[in-house]
Design a protein around this ligand. Structure first.
Ligand code: AHR
Length: 518
């Protein structure tokens, strides 16, 4: 090779680490079915709808008299989109809003309901026209399980206890009679109850030690001696890496009083300087992915503490808030947290769901923040228009993992390197569903390089393979109301199956889901 060519080649390899697409990486993957592998709870694919900005009012709920087609005031297009996603559960009414919410203000004739100030989110006045009946009836329409995050921070044990009775008791007790007066004779079936939200912050700025006692008190009165209601009580959990919080709850709360411990962790560039949801550079993308991938360490470390106090693995880790958080869109209310959703968000969704799938032994539920018009939304609306975001499409592709048995995956990820820092470029999870179909979801977060992934599928005996992909030209690409289908899942064909090996060319910043049958 001439000297000039050698230099060009060397330069290409160096630049290839961060700037241009040159040689591809090679990844060897082993899928190892395991007899004792956990089931991936469908509840990992849960959602979260808070009274925040235009999530409920002006999002889900447009009112019965709206010209937008609706069912009991909830947009039909949103209902259809969420049904398609098979959403397993929906958390409501907060978030921080939960600890300001007094449920009795949201039941009974709508015209008689008092108004309230949404103190955390823009200070706007809400008329309580969307309340408990509206939410629980919506869950029935959606075929999803409600997850009620109830008020501890500014409530009383009495108010909380009456709430569980109002929702769950058969007729014949004062609270169920009250419910019947308000139009619903039969109780709803609500298993998941959050006992406050972010009690270390907006829920009351409590210490872990104080909250552990408060939790014990609420958890006692919300059901009976033996929890014959079968409630799944979820303690407000740690903020990101606050391991002390998890340790105290696990140590101080008797096992018979708790079914789940929560964890909240968001992805962002820098908390104090979040940057635009669409106008970001590669360094900002890289930082966001650093925080997203941190979820693996968080889950591992919180789970390790839980293992210590609950070796029988009876208490679930519930990541009931996760997702990307950026500056609000220009000209929108800063308290409304309305942001666009790009390929960066598709990457966050793909890697995060893979992390949860792979830790399905302890993570039994998770809730993306939030469903409509807030943070990493799956749906955005503008008047009568609605669009599905790249995150929606990733969640739709990943729904095949719901209630499937995890297939552990072994591989060494190549690195995605920028400015001297490295991240694992490839993330994978796999599962086998009840019908015997194997699904594998792969993410390549590298902004430039594609990856050649070779999967040994000999033992699985698969013959037919199909795949779909979410990708786009730039990381900043997103769907708009004028071009709502810029990013949608496409058929993916860049793979070959030969002699028990699946060889895949995984493009830069893409999410691919495979389905393999015998
Ligand atoms: O999802 C937005 C907010 O983030 C929630 O209300 C709160 O729980 C968290 O801090």
């Amino acid at each position: 090779m001439k000297r000039k060519n050698v230099i060009v080649a060397l330069l290409g390899i160096t630049l290839g680490m961060s700037q241009v697409s040159v040689a591809q990486n090679h990844v060897d993957v082993k899928l190892k079915e395991q007899a004792d592998a956990p089931e991936i709870s469908r509840h990992i694919y849960g959602h979260f709808a808070e009274h925040l900005g235009r999530c409920i009012y002006g999002g889900f709920y447009v009112g019965e008299d709206s010209s937008i087609p609706n069912t009991n005031g909830v947009r039909n297009d949103i209902i259809e989109a969420l049904k398609e996603l098979n959403i397993p559960n929906l958390r409501w009414p907060g978030g921080c809003f939960a600890d300001t919410y007094h449920w009795k203000d949201g039941v009974g004739p709508k015209e008689d309901r008092p108004s309230m100030v949404n103190k955390w989110w823009g200070g706007v006045v809400e008329d309580n026209s969307f309340g408990t009946h509206d939410f629980l009836n919506l869950c029935e329409v959606l075929g999803t399980e409600p997850y009620l995050a109830a008020n501890v921070g500014s409530s009383t044990v009495k108010e909380f206890t009456e709430y569980t009775q109002y929702v769950m008791r058969e007729q014949g007790v004062p609270m169920s009679d009250y419910r019947a007066e308000n139009g619903r004779k039969e109780p709803w079936d609500v298993k998941y109850w959050g006992v406050g939200n972010e009690m270390w912050g907006c829920g009351g700025n409590m210490t872990a030690e104080h909250y552990a006692n408060v939790y014990r008190q609420y958890a006692t009165f919300m059901t009976d001696w033996t929890n014959s209601d079968g409630l799944f009580r979820i303690a407000s959990g740690a903020n990101v890496a606050d391991y002390h919080w998890t340790e105290v709850l696990m140590k101080e709360v008797p096992k018979g009083l708790i079914e789940g411990v929560a964890l909240h962790s968001y992805s962002f560039v820098e908390w104090e300087d979040k940057g635009s949801s669409t106008g970001f550079d590669e360094a900002q993308y890289f930082s966001t992915m650093q925080t997203a991938l941190k979820m693996e360490e968080l889950v591992d470390k919180h789970a390790a503490i839980m293992d210590k106090y609950d070796p029988e693995n009876k208490i679930a880790l519930i990541v009931d808030e996760w997702g990307g958080w950026y500056e609000v869109e220009e000209g929108t209310n800063p308290g409304f947290l309305y942001q666009q959703n790009t390929m960066r968000d598709a990457m966050i969704a793909g890697v995060t769901l893979n992390i949860f799938n792979n830790r399905a032994d302890r993570v039994k539920m998770a809730n993306l923040a939030q469903t409509v018009n807030v943070l990493q939304a799956v749906i955005l609306t503008e008047d009568e228009k609605m669009l599905l975001t790249p995150t929606y499409h990733v969640m739709n592709m990943y729904k095949v993992h719901q209630d499937a048995t995890l297939i552990p995956v072994e591989f060494h990820s190549p690195k995605y390197t920028l400015n001297g820092e490295s991240l694992d470029a490839v993330s994978i999870s796999a599962s086998k569903d009840k019908a015997g179909k194997v699904h594998m979801s792969l993410v390549n977060i590298d902004a430039h390089k594609s990856q050649t992934v070779k999967v040994n599928v000999k033992d699985l005996g698969v013959k037919n393979v199909t795949a779909s992909i979410v990708k786009s030209k730039t990381l900043q690409d997103h769907n708009t109301f004028d071009n709502p289908n810029k990013i949608t899942p496409l058929n993916f064909k860049d793979f070959k199956l030969k002699k028990g090996e699946l060889e895949i060319e995984l493009p830069p910043f893409s999410v691919v889901v495979f389905e393999a049958t015998k």
